[in-house]
Design a protein around this ligand. Structure first.
Ligand code: ATP
Ligand code: MG
Length: 254
């Protein structure tokens, strides 16, 4: 079945769930464009459920994590942004802007192996102004992971000291950490393996937190690297996850 074309079937702005529905349109358009897998739709639905329970808002624990993420990426020597099909469909322009603001490379890395989809993601990032997009190599692999996602670019994730991996799978997040990298992720589920393994977890919707992260990295771009590194090192990720879990369990959606 062909997903609706957002241009010919617009969501009325008056709809109470307008933002959620527009975000769905972006994901389904990603499938049409060949950047998002069908499995990605299921992952998105899981995210929506947690966002609903969080009242579809950016909580203080997420704002603090955004600040820690900015400090981590700006104080890194070789930051890299790992882009999968969902992240690209939802936030291609913000990812390109984040790369520019932090000096990070953009690298394509997807869960379900597909050279066509890798190229479609690269093409969408280039269309949004990325000067360069790295692709997985067949020469350099991460250790501690044995599926398609181990293949990385030698000048990108392979040699990165910090990797931004929104909407990541737990196995790969763990492999990045075991390869000695700092990992910054965005994951609406504070209980996921990714959320619990990463160095910095922003428990928020990617489409809400990325503009704030881009804006903050622009503001902090000329800050002293040593104080940014100190600020990144003082981040308490388990405490932020505990606050997110408490918000979920409170049942207070307002
Ligand atoms: P893990 O492998 O880390 O244990 P999982 O297997 O439950 O997690 P995956 O499909 O591997 O889930 O990863 C998708 C994750 O991304 C889920 O935790 C989901 O809640 C989250 N997610 C989906 N869409 C968004 C979004 N728009 N913003 C933030 N998080 C999202
Ligand atoms: Mg998973």
């Amino acid at each position: 079945m062909t997903p609706p074309d957002p241009a010919s079937d617009p969501v009325p702005t008056s709809h109470p769930r307008y933002l959620s529905l527009i975000t769905r349109e972006k994901i389904t358009a990603g499938v049409t464009r060949g950047v998002t897998s069908l499995h990605g739709l299921i992952a998105h639905g899981r995210g929506e459920a947690f966002d609903y329970l969080l009242g579809e808002q950016t909580h203080p624990f997420a704002s603090s994590a955004i600040a820690a993420a900015a400090a981590t990426l700006l104080s890194a020597s070789r930051p890299v942004i790992s882009v999968n099909g969902n992240a690209c469909a939802l936030a291609a322009q913000d990812l390109v802007n984040l790369a520019a603001a932090t000096g990070a490379a953009l690298e394509v890395n997807i869960f379900h192996s597909s050279p066509e989809r890798e190229l479609a993601i690269r093409s969408m990032l280039l269309d949004h102004g990325a000067p360069e997009v790295l692709m997985p190599s067949r020469s350099h692999a991460l250790e501690h992971i044995d599926h398609n996602r181990r293949w990385v670019h030698p000048d990108g994730i392979f040699s990165a000291d910090a990797v931004f991996v929104p909407l990541e799978d737990g196995d790969r997040c763990g492999a990045l950490i075991r390869n000695g990298k700092k990992v910054v992720t965005v994951d609406l589920n504070p209980l996921s393996r990714t959320a619990r393994t990463a160095s910095v977890t922003i428990v928020d919707n990617l489409v809400r937190c990325l503009p704030a992260l881009v804006s903050l990295t622009r503001q902090l771009a000329s800050s002293d690297r040593t104080s940014l590194a100190a600020s990144a090192a003082s981040w308490d990720n388990p405490a932020a996850l505990a606050a997110a879990e408490a918000a979920l369990r409170s049942g207070n959606l307002s």
